[in-house]
Ligand binder design. Structure first.
Ligand SMILES: Cc1cc2nc3c(=O)[nH]c(=O)nc-3n(C[C@H](O)[C@H](O)[C@H](O)COP(=O)(O)O)c2cc1C
Length: 323
C-alpha cells in the first residue's frame, strides 16, 4: 500500500488529520513514529502568516524527523491566501493544504473553511492564487457538500483538479452536519471516480483495519484519521492499541517529553498536554483516578511523576492532594 502525491512518495497511505489544538509537532512526531505516512498541521490563518503573528508562526514549527509534513492554511481572501502561500514557501514543508471543510462558525462566518463550498467561484480563485504562489504541491480538504440538497463534492473536486490541486481529501459529511451523523463513504467513492488525482477519504475511521478495508474496496487512495488518533496514535500501527498499560504509559511519557522539547511558547499551556493524556486511558477499568491526577497536575514535572517507568498498576504513585 502506498500513496504518491505530485511525486512525493509516502511510506503508506495513512494520514493524520489536521486537528486544531491537537495536531501540533509533538503529536505529529508521535503519530509518525507509530506509522502515519503523512501528518497535517492544524489549520493556520493566512492573516496570521501575512501579519507574522507569533502565535501563528509557532504553529509552523517542524523538524526533519517528521517529514514529510503538510501545513494547512485557511482564509477567505484569495490575495491574502496567495500572499501567505508565498511566505510559507520559505518554510520547510512538503505539501500545502487548503482548508475548505471547517464548519466552525468562527471560520465560516468570514466565508472561509466549509463556507467556500457554497462559493465555488471564490474557492477557485483562492486555489489559483495559492498554487500560483506556493513552491510546494497544493492539496485541498473539502466536505461532501454544503447540505443534503447540495452534495457538490464531485464537481468541486473536478474544479480543484482543473486548477492544479495535487490531491484532495474528502470528509464524508456536509457543512451542515458538522460532526453529527455518519460520514458518507459513497460520496468519497464518487469523488474518486470523478477525478484522476489521489483522493484521501476521511470520516469515522477508528482502526487501521477499517482504513485498509476502505482502501482495498477502492473507496479512496489514502485514509485520513482524526478523532480516531486522539489517545490512540497506534491507529496507524497494524497491531493497534496495546492493552498493556505499561506500553501505553511509555507512549504517554514520550508524548510529554516531545511536548516539553518542542513546545516552548507560553501560550501552549499544560492543558493542551492534559487533553491528550486523559484520552490515552479512557475506557480502562479504574482509570478515572489516573485521569483525575492528570487533570489535577500543575506542572509538567507533576505530569511526568504520574507516568513513572515501568507502570505496574493504574494507581498513580502521586496522590492528587496538591496545593
Ligand atoms: C478537535 C478537532 C479539530 C479539528 N481541526 C481541523 C483543522 O484544523 N482543519 C481541518 O481541515 N479539519 C479539522 N478538523 C476535522 C478533522 O480533520 C476531520 O476532518 C474530522 O474530524 C473527521 O474525521 P474523523 O472522523 O477521523 O475525526 C478537526 C476536528 C476535530 C475533532
Amino acid at each position: 500500500m502506498s500513496l504518491t502525491i505530485a511525486g512525493l512518495s509516502l511510506d503508506n497511505p495513512f494520514v493524520l488529520a489536521p486537528l486544531a489544538g491537537y495536531s501540533d509537532l509533538p503529536f505529529r512526531l508521535l503519530c509518525k513514529s507509530l506509522g502515519a505516512g503523512l501528518c497535517v498541521s492544524e489549520m493556520i490563518s493566512c492573516h496570521g502568516v501575512v501579519y507574522q503573528q507569533q502565535k501563528t508562526l509557532s504553529l509552523l514549527k517542524s523538524c526533519a524527523e517528521e517529514r514529510p509534513v503538510s501545513f494547512q492554511l485557511f482564509g477567505a481572501d484569495p490575495n491574502i491566501m496567495g500572499e501567505a502561500a508565498a511566505i510559507l514557501s520559505d518554510w520547510d514543508m512538503d505539501l500545502l493544504d487548503i482548508n475548505m471543510g471547517c464548519p466552525v462558525k468562527k471560520v465560516t462566518r468570514r466565508g472561509a473553511g466549509a463556507a467556500l463550498m457554497s462559493n465555488p467561484t471564490k474557492a477557485r480563485e483562492i486555489i489559483r492564487q495559492v498554487i500560483k504562489n506556493a513552491k510546494f504541491p497544493v492539496t485541498l480538504k473539502i466536505r461532501a457538500g454544503t447540505d443534503s440538497s447540495n452534495l457538490n463534492a464531485c464537481n468541486f473536486a473536478k474544479m480543484a483538479q482543473d486548477q492544479g490541486v495535487a490531491a484532495i481529501t474528502v470528509h464524508g459529511r456536509t457543512w451542515k452536519q458538522a460532526f453529527t451523523g455518519r460520514a458518507d463513504w459513497e460520496i468519497i467513492k464518487s469523488v474518486k471516480e470523478s477525478v484522476q488525482i489521489p483522493v484521501i477519504g476521511n470520516g469515522d475511521i477508528t482502526s487501521y483495519t477499517e482504513g485498509k478495508t476502505r482502501l482495498s474496496q477502492d473507496f479512496c487512495d489514502g485514509i485520513m484519521i482524526g478523532r480516531g488518533a486522539l489517545g490512540n496514535p497506534w491507529v496507524f500501527d497494524p497491531q493497534g492499541k496495546p492493552d498493556d498499560l505499561s506500553a501505553i504509559n511509555k507512549i504517554a511519557r514520550a508524548h510529554i517529553g516531545l511536548f516539553i522539547t518542542h513546545i516552548t511558547e507560553p501560550h501552549r499551556r499544560i492543558s493542551t498536554m492534559k487533553n491528550h493524556l486523559g484520552r490515552y486511558f479512557k475506557g480502562f477499568a479504574g482509570s478515572s483516578s489516573l485521569r483525575k491526577s492528570i487533570y489535577d497536575a500543575k506542572s509538567f514535572d507533576e505530569l511526568f511523576e504520574i507516568f513513572p517507568e515501568p507502570i505496574d498498576e493504574l494507581n498513580p504513585p502521586i496522590s492528587p492532594n496538591r496545593s
